[in-house]
Design a protein around this ligand. Structure first.
Ligand code: PMP
Length: 412
């Protein structure tokens, strides 16, 4: 029996509650996603039956924990179509994964005078590590611009990426503008000039089918918590030849091959990067989340979100005084919609919406250079996931209209 999208909502008990005397509408999925019972139960099962430290023991529990911990690498590899499970490095999240690429691959390969190219729409975690690297080695940090509509400007990419470019780092989906970037085209440009292509998959992996080979990535990072896994677990995928040449960054237990008084040899990738006791439960939760999403199908999830955007985006644009940042064509838009209402501060808008039980985020969304480029201090942001439905989208629209009324007739 093929399940309808509406049937999955029951897998998320957290959604079944009142907030400020109204049924909760959770529209802050770009910040973190809610967890289905299957993920929470996988954690419970692990802690009740299998908890042990991995790799180190020969006893049954240690073997069981190790087997599950290592099996998830294969699940992740299939989920993003990586050629090998040994290219899957566990990290705390996207931030750590991107920092590692900059501090390990970057610090050993980028020289003074080289260029690192990113875009105006990067999250700080795909910006600050490159800025730090550039400052450290004397490289130049350059930015691909966005178009007036809020999409990546490919003409600007062509100008910015040159023979001096060592690294191009780009987000696959913007956490503010709600666009999917043409990574394939930018990666082709990067490779033409001999640069390495780093992709931030934090906002895309939870919502669309990812194929790291097809898009031409060399490194790819994502966070578990945005795709229904626990917090504190994420992934760095890298091509095996690149991971092989990268020095580890954290030294200690687990990542070593042989330690002598004056020298140490390290394990191969991915284990050389995973120093100390890992987030084993997090990995098991990540495996359960990938199973959950895969059983539904990423194409089906993307199509459902697109259906909601087709209603929500025009409905928001119809409200006088609403400004939407990013494309106004629903076909070009993901389930992330950033907006402002009249001259109201987005924090006031988000607080008013919360009074109606509607959870959205307000602020700079860890993208201050983008806010500056858009000429705003902050925005409100609604972001959808597979459990949201048309009613949720309608509740946002009616609550926003009520907010507008309230402030228009109040003292502001
Ligand atoms: N990149 C993008 C595009 C994001 O939206 C986020 C999370 N907001 C991150 C990176 C960082 O992810 P994390 O905080 O899970 O490391």
């Amino acid at each position: 029996m093929v399940k309808k999208m509406s049937e999955y909502r029951a897998d998320f008990p957290i959604l079944n509650q009142q907030v400020n005397d109204e049924p909760l509408v959770y529209l802050d999925n770009a910040a973190t996603a809610q967890k289905p019972k299957a993920v929470v139960e996988a954690l419970e099962h692990y802690y009740y039956h299998d908890n042990a430290n991995v790799h180190r023991g020969v006893h049954t529990l240690a073997e069981r924990a190790t087997e599950q911990f290592e099996a998830v690498r294969g699940k992740v590899a299939r989920f993003i179509n990586a050629p090998s499970s040994q290219e899957i490095v566990y990290t705390k999240g996207t931030t750590e994964a991107l920092n590692w690429v900059a501090a390990s691959y970057g610090a050993t390969n980028v020289k003074a005078g080289d260029e690192i190219v990113i875009s105006y729409m990067e999250h700080h975690s795909n910006l600050v590590p490159w800025q730090q690297l550039a400052q450290k080695v004397g490289a130049v940090l350059k930015y691909i611009d966005i178009t007036a509509e809020g999409e990546l400007d490919l003409a600007s990419a062509q100008q910015q990426i040159t023979d001096k470019t060592a690294i191009v780092a780009l987000t696959q989906a913007s956490n503010v503008l709600g666009v999917i970037n043409p990574i394939e085209k930018v990666a082709a440009l990067a490779h033409q000039h001999g640069a390495v292509m780093v992709v931030d998959g934090a906002q895309s992996t939870p919502h669309i089918k990812v194929d790291v080979q097809q898009i031409g990535a060399d490194f790819y990072a994502f966070s578990g918590h945005k795709l229904m896994a626990p917090t504190g677990i994420g992934v760095l995928w890298g091509k095996s030849e690149l991971l092989a040449e990268m020095p580890p960054l954290e030294f200690g237990g687990e990542m070593i091959d042989w330690v002598q008084l004056q020298k140490t040899t390290f394990k191969a990738a991915p284990w050389k990067f995973e120093g100390g006791t890992q987030n084993i439960a997090g990995v098991i939760g990540l495996g359960a989340a990938i199973d959950y999403l895969s059983a539904i199908g990423m194409e089906k999830i993307a199509a459902h979100e697109q259906q909601l955007v087709k209603y929500l985006l025009p409905a928001l644009l119809e409200i006088p005084g609403v400004t939407v940042y990013g494309p106004h064509d629903p076909a070009k838009h993901t389930g992330v919609i950033s907006f402002n209402l009249d001259k109201l501060h987005p924090h006031d808008v988000a607080t008013a919406l919360d009074m109606e039980g509607v959870a959205v985020r307000a602020g700079h969304h860890c993208a201050q250079p983008l806010m500056e480029r858009l000429n705003v201090a902050a925005t409100a942001r609604a972001s959808l996931y597979l459990y949201n439905n048309l009613e949720d989208a309608q509740r946002l629209v009616t609550s926003l209209k009520a907010t507008k009324e309230f402030f228009n007739h109040g003292t502001v």
